[in-house]
Design a protein around this ligand. Structure first.
Ligand SMILES: [Zn+2]
Length: 280
């Protein structure tokens, strides 16, 4: 989404922003009027992402975070295109070109202005660690932080303050590649094992981004960055009962942290002493 958005809005000056209803601005504590007043006239200097956060750098240390929630979409469309039923915000640009629209069926998403620190990161997400594909990612430091945790390795992978951008799907795929069961205690793993797992996670993210990036068309930026990936390349996630691509053993599903976890019983044996949790 970041790449698609950058293709369409980078370098363009915002003429005005129109909100439909106030829910879309509820994360902006100074209110909807302040949000639209402050956006007008700014040029989009960069489109950036850290983990699951996406924002526009508007210059003058001002950023606009685009929270997509579960169902938020960003559409780039001609002004003449009819309004979507769930249109919440419309950005018009000074060049008179296509609009940017924020559409959200369920309105978990929204817009919020934030200050940017000197490296361009929103101060409101200072607690979110760099993701594995950012230049700011320090592999050795993250290995040490993971090793210091006594909780299950999957829980640590999902902890956005350790490294960001790894959700349930990428975690399962990375664990499968690294041949690790997600309930192994992080502190019991060797440094090289943790490093290898992080490398696997980075590889999964890179491949997913490569495939997501092929789905954009000229006027429609509406891509769940992983949608192509869902269909074609998953070895473990969602594959319960299908053969492990490495050894042929049927993939199992277990419950962990209120979600489903998928793994290969043979390549990723459960740690000794832990009872199986409601498998299938
Ligand atoms: Zn296997």
């Amino acid at each position: 989404m970041r790449r698609g958005l950058a293709d369409h809005v980078l370098g363009r000056r915002i003429r005005d922003v129109e909100l439909h209803g106030h829910r879309v601005a509820r994360r902006h504590l100074a209110g909807p009027q302040d949000l639209t007043d402050r956006l007008a006239g700014h040029r989009v200097e960069a489109v950036r992402r850290r983990g699951k956060y996406l924002w526009l750098d508007l210059g003058d240390s001002l950023g606009l975070i685009l929270h997509l929630g579960m169902s938020g979409q960003l559409l780039v469309e001609d002004a003449a295109a009819p309004d979507e039923k769930h249109l919440h915000a419309r950005f018009r640009f000074a060049d008179g070109g296509p609009e940017l629209r924020f559409v959200d069926q369920r309105t978990f998403g929204g817009l919020a202005l934030t200050d940017l620190d000197p490296t361009g990161i929103p101060t409101t997400i200072a607690h979110i660690a760099p993701d594995l594909l950012e230049p700011a990612y320090d592999r050795a430091a993250v290995v040490r932080r993971v090793k210091a945790k006594h909780s299950a390795i999957k829980r640590v992978l999902l902890d956005q303050t350790v490294a960001s951008g790894i959700g349930n799907i990428y975690a399962d795929e990375a664990l499968w590649r690294a041949r690790l069961h997600g309930e192994r205690p992080a502190s019991a793993l060797t440094g090289p094992r943790i490093g290898g797992l992080l490398d696997s996670a980075a590889e999964v993210m890179r491949e997913a981004l490569g495939q997501g990036g092929t789905s954009f068309d000229a006027l429609y930026v509406n891509v769940n960055g992983a949608s192509g990936y869902f269909d074609r390349s998953l070895a473990a996630y969602g594959q319960a009962g299908r053969p492990c691509p490495r050894c042929g053993t049927p993939i199992r599903r277990e419950h962990f942290m209120n979600r489903s976890s998928f793994s290969c019983p043979r390549c990723q044996p459960r740690p000794r002493g832990l009872r199986a949790s409601a498998g299938s």
